[in-house]
Design a protein. Structure first.
Ligand code: ZN
Length: 56
């Protein structure tokens, strides 16, 4: 998937960032979730941005 277009790249990054990952089971939850939909844990974290490329 080519991300040469900076606008598309930004959108993709926002989508990737806009998730909560359960530290307990690793499930991906909605950014508005208060607790994990799979295991019910509240131990959620934001998905880390991985900026690979020039200058990152
Ligand atoms: Zn979980």
């Amino acid at each position: 998937m080519a991300l040469n277009d900076p606008v598309k790249r930004k959108i993709v990054l926002q989508r990737v960032l806009n998730k909560l990952i359960c530290r307990k089971c690793g499930a991906i939850n909605s950014p508005r979730a208060k607790k994990c939909r799979r295991c019910g844990s509240r131990n959620l974290r934001l998905k880390k941005a991985e900026l690979r490329g020039k200058g990152a």
